[in-house]
Design a protein around this ligand. Structure first.
Ligand code: GDP
Length: 528
């Protein structure tokens, strides 16, 4: 078979957009899809803006709060590349989900609001990217509004986020005085306001900084630009591909996503410079994307993604080889072969059945309760991808049913929603409570709402005397039995069947740890 972008893994560019809520992530996603030809008209990415999910109360809640709580995957071809864009939830209560999405990408795009600069969420997300030295491109958005001085913004990125900046484009004014961008390497000015609203290729371009046309179009701002560029040349880094790929430097672009301005320069460079699928660490060895055999790991599970289908989808990042429809694959944790009858890819809001997929691609497979976050699939090799953690939650509530006859349905709903990884379900050994753990309070509202919408169960979450939870393990089976017998009242089983110590207070936990030094109390657990 001849090599085409479709069957060549090295054409893949798999990335996520990271930003503080409201900086323009959704708008940017829409515009990238628009330029990628994946959608005709911007504005159809999410429930937030489309009518498709408007019937779901859960989505309505999302809309009300102005946050996006789902993350999805979108694929589109651009030039000779296949771009996989992974959406990440913006709200901090969903940070674990974001964390795991970032384990499945090869690079990231950071969107910053020109008026607000580096914000709290940006800092957090950047820290996560740092853990895996993920290369980052930066887009400074909303230049059509009054923004801060660009040099000052870059300085903030450099000092707060500790990454060197290399401006690739430079803005000419902001707000009412926003006139366009100057592309440094191309030595070309692109004028704002002359575009037809669909592509910024159609924008008027003026070659050279000393071009008199620039003075004609920009008036006094032409000289301001020239002076500023002299300053920038002296003060800022020049784009260095190697430093970008090592995560030491970020190329910076300026523009206005809402006005399709500056987005195409970014996308053109993105497909050119962003890294292709990278090797991934597994137990015992590193897996190269060029290997022939299929391997991949699940980084996200979503229940009832589409209210009409009512199914649970596990999102798998392919790390090597090729996925073929109907292929047999080895489910490493279960130690058995499973057939993957079909897999889905997502093109904006449409699901598409896949025939094949390559390393770097994200496929959605149907989960009937046997797949967990962190699970590895191979063609037989017993290896497990590492680095996809589960965090012990810090907030706990007991599920209280309004209608006691619905307890079976409640358990089903909670178990399925907990598969998504944002919340944990604990069933104490000594009573019939259903305790939910989460990292943020909003999670309880979301679960209650989804139980109502998707499982027809009315329940509320009330306070419970649990302060912290730790997964427990021990190498000495005899001691572990003793530990279990003595601590029954504090032990629970999570939804994945793992043993957990639930402590009413920190002091209680500390005492248990001191009393049972052979037992490991784990705050994070690697999946798989
Ligand atoms: P998200 O929360 O990061 O996904 O941000 P959104 O894409 O939803 O954008 C937040 C708000 O900023 C929305 O009202 C957008 O219309 C607006 N917005 C996005 N890009 C721009 C821009 O380039 N200029 C201006 N003026 N507003 C923008």
């Amino acid at each position: 078979m001849s090599t085409t972008p479709e069957n060549d893994y090295s054409s893949r560019r798999t990335f996520a957009i990271i930003s503080h809520p409201d900086a323009g992530k959704t708008t940017m996603t829409e515009k990238l899809l628009l330029f990628g030809g994946a959608i005709q008209l911007a504005g159809t990415v999410k429930g937030k803006k489309s009518g498709r999910h408007a019937t779901s109360d859960w989505m309505a809640m999302e809309k009300e709060r102005g946050i996006s709580v789902t993350s999805s995957v979108m694929q589109f071809p651009y030039r000779e590349r296949i771009v996989n864009l992974l959406d990440t939830p913006g709200h901090e209560d969903f940070s674990e989900d974001t964390y795991r999405v970032l384990t499945a990408v090869d690079s990231a795009l950071m969107v910053i609001d020109a008026a607000k600069g580096v914000e709290a969420r940006t800092i957090k997300l950047m820290e996560v990217c740092r853990l895996r030295t993920t290369p980052i491109m930066t887009f400074v958005n909303k230049l059509d509004r009054e923004g801060r001085d660009p040099l000052e913004l870059l300085d903030e990125v450099e000092t707060v986020l500790n990454i060197r900046c290399a401006p690739v484009t430079w803005p000419i004014g902001s707000g009412k005085r926003f006139r366009g961008i100057y592309h440094i390497a191309q030595n070309t000015t692109y004028l704002f306001g002359s575009a037809d609203g669909t592509r910024d290729q159609a924008v008027e371009a003026i070659k050279g900084l000393d071009n008199p046309l620039l003075d004609e179009r920009l008036g006094t701002q032409a000289d301001e630009l020239r002076e500023e560029m002299e300053l920038v040349e002296g003060a800022a880094d020049v784009f260095d591909l190697g430093a970008y790929l090592k995560g030491e430097q970020t190329p910076v672009y300026f523009g206005s996503a809402m006005n399709n301005f500056g987005v195409q320069s970014l996308l053109d460079d993105f497909v050119e410079y962003a890294p292709p699928p990278q090797p991934r660490e597994a137990t015992g060895r590193t897996v190269e994307p060029s290997e022939n055999k299929f391997t991949g790991f699940v980084f996200k599970i979503q229940a009832n993604m589409d209210p009409q289908h009512r199914d649970r989808i596990a999102f798998l990042r392919i790390c090597s080889g090729e996925f073929r429809r109907g292929m047999k694959s080895h489910h490493v944790r279960l130690g058995r072969d499973v057939k993957i009858p079909d897999a889905l890819t997502f093109m904006s809001s449409d699901r598409v059945r896949l025939e094949t997929a390559q390393a770097g691609d994200i496929i959605g497979i149907h989960n009937h309760g046997t797949v967990r976050i962190g699970d590895t699939f191979t063609e037989g090799e017993k290896l497990a991808f590492t680095g996809i953690p589960n965090f012990a939650p810090e907030l706990f509530r007991r599920a209280q049913l309004k209608d006691p006859l619905k307890s079976k349905q409640l358990l089903k709903g909670l178990s399925q929603l907990c598969e998504e990884g944002a919340t944990q379900l604990y069933r104490p050994m000594t009573n019939n409570d259903l305790i939910l753990g989460a990292v943020g309070v909003l999670q309880f509202d979301v679960v209650a709402q989804r139980l109502k919408d998707e499982y027809k169960v009315d329940c509320r979450f009330e306070a419970v005397n649990v302060n912290t939870a730790r997964w427990v393990e021990c190498d000495d089976p005899k001691r572990f039995e003793e530990f279990k017998n003595k601590n029954q009242a504090n032990l629970a089983i999570d939804h994945a069947g793992e043993l957990v110590y639930i402590a009413p207070t920190r002091v209680n936990l500390q005492m248990a740890q001191e009393r049972w030094p052979e037992v490991r109390f784990l705050a994070t657990r690697e999946h798989g």
